[in-house]
Design a protein around this ligand. Sequence first.
Ligand SMILES: CSC[C@@H](O)[C@@H](O)C(=O)COP(=O)(O)O
Ligand SMILES: [Zn+2]
Length: 215
Amino acid sequence: MAGIQLTQTHMTYHTDFFALAEQLITAGRFIDSKGWVPATSGNFSARLPNGTIAITVSGKHKGCLQQDDIMLIDADAIPLDGKTPSAETELHTALYKRYPDVHAILHPHSMTATLASRLFKTEVILQDYELLKALPGIKTHDTCISIPIFANDQNIPRLAAQVDNYIDQHGDILAYIIAGHGLYTWGHSVQHALRYLEALDFLLLCELHLHGVKL
Ligand SMILES: CSC[C@@H](O)[C@@H](O)C(=O)COP(=O)(O)O
Ligand SMILES: [Zn+2]
């Protein structure tokens, strides 16, 4: 009996993992088609119902990911299958620990996020855009949100702590920018996170254009 349960759990886990890996692969193709993950930049993850996390293997091109390029880690970023996870894994695990409803995180190196961090330094304010309603919990254009910008840091646990401290002090955020680097956003599912990413890219582009930056 215990053996049968173990097998079923195992099969469920495999189904969850491969389904989520497929979603991350598809998202990667779309994100790459937009030019948001040049070279091998960016990383993506999705949390399984059992709390383990499917995440991109470090150094892969995110536009042509294969199933083998998605690996499994535990909630503390420990690899469970002998592969090397994204160099920025602790940024993912910190968000999953803070937000139980979040099941997917996407990190592009989009030009809009990179340039916005050069221009705005500490935060990007987005307000009075209809497309804000594509973001979670926003029901009207008459809304003002802040996307904080954090200094880049090659020490990822320290960067994750910087983000955590900011949220502790300022409250929940929907996304953040790492200066000269890229954007992190997240959602209930890969599809939700992808929607937020697309909306944020459009909104950042609007702000850049308003400030005379033409892309
Ligand atoms: C190709 S430089 C980008 C990396 O330094 C990093 O910022 C990044 O996003 C990708 O790292 P990865 O380890 O593949 O997840
Ligand atoms: Zn990065």
